[in-house]
Design a protein around this ligand. Structure first.
Ligand code: FES
Length: 105
């Protein structure tokens, strides 16, 4: 795993997701309150960008806008069909004004 700068804190408004490309991998950086999360940006059902969907702050999930599967920001597991496979999750740290994500490679 290597730790790379994903974006500035100011690029991800609270309650939203921001798509970044990290080493060729699309990642959704998500901001909920004091915390940041990073999950694979491509829905495991079809090739839809999860960062275009709604962030469900209460349940710490992101919703795929295409068919409505919700993915945990913590585990990547979907809690509703039609998606039945998880998306990747990545460790996140915030340093000063920047968000860092640990990705493979
Ligand atoms: S494309 Fe995401 S749930 Fe179908």
């Amino acid at each position: 795993m290597s730790r790379v700068r994903a974006c500035a804190v100011s690029e991800v408004a609270d309650g939203t997701a921001h798509r970044v490309m990290l080493g060729g991998t699309p990642v959704a950086v998500v901001h909920v309150g004091d915390d940041f999360y990073a999950v694979g940006d491509i829905c495991s059902h079809q090739r839809i960008s999860l960062s275009e969907g709604e962030v469900l702050c209460d349940t710490l999930e992101i919703e795929c806008w295409k068919h409505g599967s919700n993915f945990s920001l913590v585990t990547g597991e979907p809690s509703s069909l039609p998606a039945n496979k998880p998306v990747a999750t990545y460790p996140v740290t915030v340093e000063d004004d920047d968000v860092y994500v640990e990705v493979d490679g």
